[in-house]
Design a protein around this ligand. Sequence first.
Ligand code: G3I
Length: 343
Amino acid sequence: ETLAKATKGKFLMGVAINMQQVNGVNPVESDLIANEFSAVVAENCMKPQPTHPQENKYVWDDADKFVAFGEKNKQTVTGHCLIWHSQIGRWMFVNDSGKDVSPEVLKERMRQHIYAVVGRYKGRVKGWDVVNEAFEDNGTYRKSKFYQILGKDFIKYAFQFAHEADPNAELYYNDYNVETPAKCDAIVQLVKELKAAGCRIDAVGSQSHMHMVNPTLEATETSFKKLKAAGVHILITEWDVSILPSPYDGANISASFKYSKEMDPYRDGVPADVQQKWNKRVLDMFGLFLKYSDVVDRVTVWGLNDAGTWLNGFPIRGRMDYPVLFDRKNQRKSVVDEMIKMA
Ligand code: G3I
């Protein structure tokens, strides 16, 4: 039994993949991805900077290979991400004299970027993370260059352009810590404003990186109820569950700390009680996703295994961490069998 088969009819199980996996550098990993998952998203290659490093220069080969990989495996392909304050060429915001561009110029550059990327994969990408991480945890707008130059309307423009470029594509707003009430309320307000402006928005992506603000089940469920009431579906877009203490869990390790074996509380393996606690957290959350499978369309883990997880570099470089499903030898974790039983 695989996760993809077990969850069929509830939601699609997805995974964020890197170019080594797309290119089959490790066939075991590529086969695991092809067999265990029914959806894929590119961890990096479709972001603004990799695809559009300079104003009139586009780089498509990785993104082309990624989309072809998903199609070959008959998987749903999600596009991540069109407008984001990070991993984006600085050229987007500056004119020849290095000053901020005018609102009109930035809006036109956004349109060109979105038309080019969405247009290229028209009809092949199920939906797009149109705007990523536009809010602070307290519900105020992140003061990104987009916001500074265009105000909050940059979000509306992005959704309009994406819809014009592929009218059949689903459109998503994506963010982390969506379980934080103030942030969830701001996102609900954004959904209402986009709908009032006649924009298409199909779902909100809740990244679900469960280590920063470690959300309780109640807070997570409350956020699901609010989003459902706002008339959007929910995508779990970047699920991983950190097992190591982190500065965000109040651990006394500062984020600048150079992680070392000596510092690794689990250098001799994860104690049974910690592993049990972690398994329970994964299964509790998975149970909530299943409970809301009427509005949760996809559950995507951010990375296949703990060898490739970004958590090995965040917030502390070199930490050994465990996203969710497979270990670094690509062995299925026990928790996966439990998840399959639950589904
Ligand atoms: O590809 C370049 C390579 O050419 C260069 O030599 C190398 C050294 O500078 O950098 C490579 O790019 C790196 C990229 O990952 C691909 O490996 C970037 O430096 C690095 O910052 C980037 O990190 C990614 C990060 O987003 C920033 O884009 C992580 O892998 C990725 O897991 C992380 O994912 C984000 C989601 O997109 C949005 N939500 C939060 C999540 C975690 O930060």
